[in-house]
Design a protein around this ligand. Structure first.
Ligand SMILES: *Cc1c(COP(=O)(O)O)cnc(C)c1O
Length: 409
């Protein structure tokens, strides 16, 4: 392990943007003695400023990205057995809320180059029971939303955007999260901005936003003349401690994104022409904000493919993830064995057979994508030196694994 250059990491202070601004807000929150967001001001301010930043009417903060997705699913209010089309290359937090609301996750295939859903793959899974579509803008690159929204609007089906990895990702000059009916973001430790754990939903739709708010608050009608618990819901509130940090993180987001895009573009230039390695595809009309930097490795050119190259990079201290989540979500035990509530298998018991058919032939893009991707960690604190180190490491590794000498352009 000679000459390893340590890279900033989003798991500690080397790769996070906390400073005196967060400390000051935290101290003020504590001094106020009010740590619940039902009464404090930090979370409310964060909600307003976040919504305004992305260009949405309403913002509602919550306890995690998973909670944000749960709120969104609850807001569209599926009946048990209704189907929600989604992707199997995503975080489990984007999927388990579907089952908690009694709906059936119906997995659509992805484009193997972007790992994202497309209008075509979604259309193939539409049925008369489709209640909503959840798209994940994976790694910070948006799905091609024009076609997806045309399809969904044509059928009156709401689209939930999982933007956990896609802060300030834009698509034809609009930020993701504002293209569908509801946008969901995560403030977990490793995301573009963070409160350790946390989440936020945005929506332009007054009624959906009202349901988001209620679902976060045990469906208690705060401020109503005769409040009640209107429906089944949880406490998914963000605390003022998180709100204080979130509010201080927000003004840093522009800089975080600008830096990530600049250094990612530099790596893409540095890797140009490398045989067997495909740099990230950016959707037409989009700005990819690089939560991660995802390479596609051709196993016919690079010995051992993504795993082989990943192994070499790890020796150089680059904590990459060959094959990202390793297997499609539907191969996880919860889906494979339908492990839910007691021995009931509910709500899978309500599913049409086609909805839970995970046959390999239906998911060629998904299997192809996961076999070939090599996900590099990315960070706002990368400098040109870090980018050069990664570029040289990749080039050296590819040289060793192809037996072809690479010339640096
Ligand atoms: C991180 C993430 C989530 C879950 O967010 P948590 O805050 O960890 O609950 C959901 N979807 C995607 C795409 C994510 O990356």
């Amino acid at each position: 392990m000679s000459n390893v250059l340590p890279l900033p990491s989003d798991q500690d202070s080397t790769g996070r943007t906390f400073g005196p601004e967060e400390l000051e807000n935290l101290a003020a929150a504590l001094r106020s003695g009010t740590l619940t967001s039902t009464r404090g001001e930090f979370t409310k301010q964060f909600e307003q400023q976040f919504a305004s930043l992305v260009g949405s009417k309403h913002g509602h903060a919550c306890s995690s990205g998973t909670a944000a997705i749960h709120c969104a699913v609850a807001a569209v209010n599926p009946s048990p057995g209704d189907e929600i089309i989604t992707t199997s290359i995503t975080d489990m937090g984007g999927l388990s809320p579907i089952l908690y609301q009694g709906a059936i996750p119906v997995f659509a295939d992805v484009d193997p180059h972007t790992c994202n859903l497309t209008a075509k793959t979604i259309e193939a899974r539409l049925t008369e029971r489709t209640k909503a579509i959840i798209v994940t803008h994976l790694f910070g690159n948006p799905c091609d939303m024009n076609e997806i929204m045309d399809l969904a609007n044509g059928r009156g089906i709401p689209v939930i955007e999982d933007c956990a990895q896609a802060f300030l990702t834009s698509y034809h000059d609009r930020y993701v999260g504002t293209l569908g009916s509801i946008g969901c973001f995560s403030l977990q430790q490793g995301k573009h901005i963070t409160t350790g754990e946390g989440g936020v939903c945005v929506s332009d739709d007054d009624e959906l936003a009202r349901r988001l708010f209620l679902f976060i608050n045990k469906a208690w009608g705060y401020g109503d003349e005769k409040p009640d618990h209107y429906f089944l819901a949880l406490n998914y509130r963000m605390s003022e401690l998180q709100g204080a940090v979130a509010l201080a993180q927000l003004p840093k987001l522009d800089g975080v994104v600008e830096s990530r895009v600049r250094t990612a573009d530099a790596l893409t230039s540095a890797l140009r022409g490398l045989p067997g390695v495909e740099t990230p595809q950016v959707t037409d009309g989009a700005v990819h904000t690089y939560w991660k930097y995802c390479l596609r490795v051709d196993e016919n050119v690079v010995e051992g493919g993504a795993v082989g190259l990943g192994g070499k990079l790890r020796e150089k201290g680059i904590a990459c993830a060959p094959r990202y989540i390793q297997k499609p979500a539907f191969c996880c035990q919860v889906f494979r064995d339908q492990v839910t509530f007691g021995d009931s298998r509910w709500p899978f018991t309500l599913a049409q057979p086609s909805a839970v058919n995970y046959d390999k032939s239906l998911f060629e893009g998904t299997w192809n994508a996961l076999r070939n991707v090599l996900v590099l960690p990315w960070n706002e604190n990368y400098t040109q030196e870090h980018v050069d180190y990664i570029a040289v490491s990749v080039r050296e590794a590819v040289t060793e694994l192809t037996g072809v000498e690479q010339t640096v352009e």
